[in-house]
Ligand binder design. Structure first.
Ligand SMILES: [Zn+2]
Length: 330
């Protein structure tokens, strides 16, 4: 990690980073069921301690975290704690993403209400928690295009209050990007940036679709682009940034082990890559952990790691003034 240079995280799920203590506290206070009542006993239910067979199993870990999202106060608390965690990790700027439908589903919260609560907490944190932050609204693919329209509308509503982009996440193999082309067009027209998770559970063709069909500016993961040289050329030509999360890829069995992770090959092919955590609570890690993995497990050089840090600043959804401000304080 380059010191004296801004540390940026572009790919972290708000609802994949809920403190176990917070789950216990909220469930206890609201009289909800949990399979265990101490941090250590609950940990195996939340965190991946051994390899999971698929992305769908990985997503199942979210179910327990969602149980804590009992009301809008809980949403605000989870956002605030995410900001505190980022500040404690030494992160200067973070983009936190969430599907408001998914977050609200367990306890029947309104999708727009979830976005409003997240924006409230972002505003409250400004000036009191030492980290700059923006939000990204997710369309969760597995709810289908119609609910996707509600999530799109909620993201657009948050645009003036810190929501800067629309992302597509969830079951990539079962719900291809083609279903959401119109949503992405409308997001762009409304002034949102665009990202899509692709090339994780599905192959290089899904990355191509995200770039050409959805016109995503950044790709979440995107690592399976390595399977098709033509898709790599496309990413390089269009200067698309990949948000790479190495340990998450192991935990979803997208890659077998660190040694077979394509990040070094992608960087050496000239693809713009950044280093991210994805879901800290579920993977049991922080951003510093992924920088250690990049160096010690993936064998990246100091110069390559520094380049990723610079790419993250360049690819962040900041205005030129905000970017200059970020660079000035570090
Ligand atoms: Zn993700």
């Amino acid at each position: 990690m380059r010191h004296g240079y801004p540390l940026v995280e572009l790919h972290r799920h708000l609802d994949g980073n809920v403190r176990i203590e917070t789950v216990l506290d909220l469930c206890r206070r609201h009289g909800l069921e949990l399979p265990a009542w101490t941090v250590e006993e609950l940990r195996p239910h939340v965190q991946i301690l051994e390899r999971e067979p698929s992305l769908v199993h990985f997503i199942a870990k979210f179910e327990l975290l969602r149980r804590a999202m009992v009301d809008y106060d809980a949403v605000r608390r989870i956002v605030r704690e995410n900001l505190e965690d980022a500040a404690r990790e030494g992160i200067d700027y973070i983009e936190l993403r969430f599907s408001p439908w998914f977050m609200g589903e367990t306890h029947g919260l309104d999708t727009f209400g979830v976005v409003d609560a997240a924006c409230d907490a972002l505003e409250e944190g400004r000036g009191t928690i030492p980290v700059k932050a923006k939000l990204i609204g997710i369309i969760a693919r597995n709810y289908g295009p119609e609910i996707g329209r509600v999530e799109l509308a909620a993201a657009i509503r948050g645009r003036e209050r810190g929501v800067v982009a629309l992302d597509l996440a969830g079951d990539e193999a079962g719900y291809p990007g083609e279903l959401f082309v119109r949503h992405f067009q409308e997001a762009r027209e409304a002034g949102l940036h665009t990202i899509a998770h692709a090339g994780e559970a599905a192959g290089a063709e899904s990355v191509r679709q995200a770039v050409l069909g959805l016109r995503a500016e950044r790709i979440g993961h995107g690592i399976r682009a390595i399977e098709d040289p033509a898709v790599l050329d496309l990413l390089a030509e269009r200067e698309i940034t990949l948000e790479v999360c190495p340990t998450s890829n192991l935990h979803t069995s997208t890659v077998r082990d660190y040694r077979s992770h394509p990040l070094p090959a992608l960087l050496r092919r000239g693809i713009r890559c950044t280093l991210n955590t994805d879901d800290p609570s579920i993977s049991g890690l922080d951003l510093a952990h992924e920088y250690r993995v990049a160096s010690e497990e993936l064998g990246l050089s100091e110069a390559e790691i520094r380049r990723m840090q610079e790419t993250a600043v360049e690819a962040a959804f900041l205005t030129p003034e905000e970017r200059a401000g970020l660079l000035a304080v570090s």
